[in-house]
Design a protein around this ligand. Structure first.
Ligand code: AMP
Ligand code: GLY
Length: 420
C-alpha cells in the first residue's frame, strides 16, 4: 500500500523507519520530512495544516493510508478531512484531539468518568484567578488551556511565581491558547508515559517510556521538549498499567464514545506515580517525541500492522509481539537550545554509523545542502539504540554519540539514570 506520514521530526523519522520495514508498504511519502527521512522515503513539500491540500495530494498519489504525526494538524481537523474523503487515517478527529488541545476539556472528561487526576479550577478572568491563588497558596500549577508547543505550563512553587504565571498567560504570552487558565493542585511523584492505541471502542497498550524534560544532567536547567527517553519504564509496573487502564484510559475512551466523539489514534497518557497509584497529568493525542523513537525501535515493522488495526477498528484482535528488550534515545541539540538554537552548523560522521534494527540515528531537525547535513532546529538528532538490557542500549547509544563529529551540538550524558 501507499502510505503518507505527516510531520518532520524525529518522531516521524522513527515512524517512517518502522513502516518502511513492513512488507505491506509499497510507496512511502513523508511530508514535509527532513534530511534523514529523505534517505529512506520520498519527501513532499505540502502544507500539512491544510486538510484540503493533504486530501488533494492523497488523490494525486493514490495514498491508501495517512498517519498524522504532530498535534497541530490533528487539532486543525486534518484527520477529519482525510477520513471524510474516504482515506484510511491514523489519528483522532479535531473533537477527539481536544484531549490534548484543551486542558479544561480533559479535566471535564476526568470529572465525568471519575479518573484520578490533580484537583483544579478554571478561569477566564485574571482577577478571579489571582484571588483563587492568593486564597489557596502555593504550590500550584498554572496552565494555558490551549496548545502552546509544550510551553503553556508554569510551576507556581511560590505565590509570586503562580501570580506571575497568571499575568503572563492572561497577558497574551501564549496568544489564544491562554484565553482560559486551568489552575491545578501540584502533584508529587515520579512521571512516566503510557501509550495506548484506541480504535474508538477497544484499547491496546503499546508500551511505556520515560522522558527527560530538563536540559541539563541531573535534571537541572530549563524545561525542553525532551532530551532523551527510554522504554520500557520500570516504574510503570504491570499492576500500575492495569490500574491506569481500568481507572483512567478505558473510562476516558468510553466517555469520548458516549459523547459521540470516539477517540481513534494513539492516546499518550502522562502519569504521576506516588504510593503505588497513578494519576493523570495530561493526555496527548499523538506519539511523544522522543518517546516514539524508543517505541518504534522496539516495535519495528509490526508498528504498521498495529496502526492499521487501530484505523480499521480491529484492535480487539490485535496483539503486540514483545521481545525482552530495552531501547534508549539520546537527543543531540544545537547550542542555545531551548533558547534560540544555532542553525546551519555541519554534522559529520553520520555516514560511518551502521543503521540496523539495533541502532539508528533519527533526524529531528536537519537539512541536506550539497551533500552536507546541517543542523536546522533545536533538537537535531535522536541517537537511538536497542539492547537486551537498558545499560547495553545506553552504551550503544552513547558510543554512537561519541562517533558523531558535531562540536556545536550537545546532549545529556545521563539518559536513563532513574532506571539504571
Ligand atoms: P503538561 O503539558 O500538562 O504535561 O505539563 C508539563 C509538565 O508539567 C508535566 O510533564 C509535569 O512535569 C508538569 N506538571 C503538569 N501538571 C502538573 C501537576 N498538576 N503537578 C505536578 N506537575 C505537573
Ligand atoms: N516528549 C514529550 C512530548 O512529546 O510531549
Amino acid at each position: 500500500m501507499n502510505i503518507l506520514i505527516l510531520g518532520s521530526g524525529g518522531r516521524e523519522h522513527s515512524l517512517a523507519w518502522a513502516v518502511k520495514q513492513n512488507p505491506k508498504t509499497d510507496r512511502l511519502i513523508v511530508a514535509p520530512g527532513n534530511a534523514g527521512i529523505a534517505l529512506l522515503a520520498e519527501v513532499a513539500a505540502i502544507d500539512i495544516m491544510d486538510g484540503a491540500a493533504v486530501v488533494e495530494f492523497c488523490g494525486e498519489n493514490a495514498i491508501d493510508f495517512v498517519i498524522v504525526g504532530p498535534e497541530a494538524p490533528l487539532a486543525a481537523g486534518v484527520a477529519d478531512a482525510t477520513r471524510a474523503a474516504g482515506i484510511l487515517t491514523f489519528g483522532p478527529s479535531a473533537k477527539a484531539a481536544r484531549l490534548e488541545a484543551s486542558k479544561a476539556f480533559t479535566k471535564e472528561i476526568c470529572d465525568a468518568c471519575h479518573a484520578p487526576t490533580a484537583g483544579y479550577a478554571r478561569f477566564t478572568d485574571a482577577a478571579a484567578a489571582r484571588d483563587y491563588v492568593t486564597r489557596h497558596g502555593a504550590p500550584l500549577v498554572i496552565k494555558a488551556d490551549g496548545l502552546a508547543a509544550g510551553k503553556g505550563v508554569i510551576m507556581g512553587m511560590t505565590l509570586d511565581e503562580a501570580l506571575a504565571g497568571i499575568d503572563d498567560i492572561f497577558g497574551g504570552a501564549f496568544g489564544a491558547a491562554g484565553a482560559e487558565v486551568v489552575i491545578e493542585e501540584f502533584m508529587e511523584g515520579e512521571e512516566a508515559s503510557f501509550f495506548i492505541l484506541s480504535d474508538g471502542t477497544n484499547a491496546l497498550p503499546i508500551g511505556t517510556a520515560q522522558d527527560h524534560k530538563r536540559v541539563g544532567d541531573g535534571d537541572t536547567g530549563p524545561n525542553t521538549g525532551g532530551m532523551g527517553a527510554y522504554s520500557p519504564a520500570p516504574v510503570l509496573t504491570e499492576a500500575l498499567q492495569a490500574q491506569a487502564m481500568a481507572q483512567i484510559v478505558l473510562p476516558t475512551i468510553r466517555e469520548m464514545a458516549a459523547r459521540g466523539t470516539p477517540y481513534q489514534g494513539v492516546l499518550y497518557a502522562g502519569l504521576m506515580i506516588k504510593d503505588g497509584q497513578a494519576r493523570l497529568v495530561e493526555y496527548n493525542a499523538r506519539f511523544g517525541d522522543p518517546e516514539a523513537q524508543v517505541l518504534m525501535m522496539r516495535l519495528g515493522a509490526q508498528a504498521l500492522d498495529l496502526l492499521l488495526a487501530c484505523a480499521e477498528g480491529r484492535l480487539d484482535t490485535a496483539r503486540v509481539t514483545w521481545a525482552e528488550d530495552h531501547a534508549l534515545t539520546v537527543v543531540m541539540a544545537a547550542e542555545g537550545y531551548p533558547g534560540t538554537p544555532r542553525k546551519g552548523t555541519q554534522i559529520k560522521g553520520l555516514g560511518s554509523l551502521p543503521e540496523t534494527g539495533w541502532q539508528m540515528v533519527f533526524h529531528a531537525g536537519t537539512l541536506a545542502e550539497e551533500g552536507a547535513i546541517l543542523a536546522n532546529g533545536g533538537r537535531v538528532l535522536n541517537v537511538t539504540a536497542r539492547g537486551e538490557t537498558l545499560s547495553q542500549a545506553r552504551d550503544r547509544a552513547y558510543a554512537m554519540v561519541d562517533a558523531i563529529d558535531w562540536p556545536e551540538g550537545f546532549c545529556r550524558r545521563d539518559i536513563g539514570w532513574r532506571a539504571l
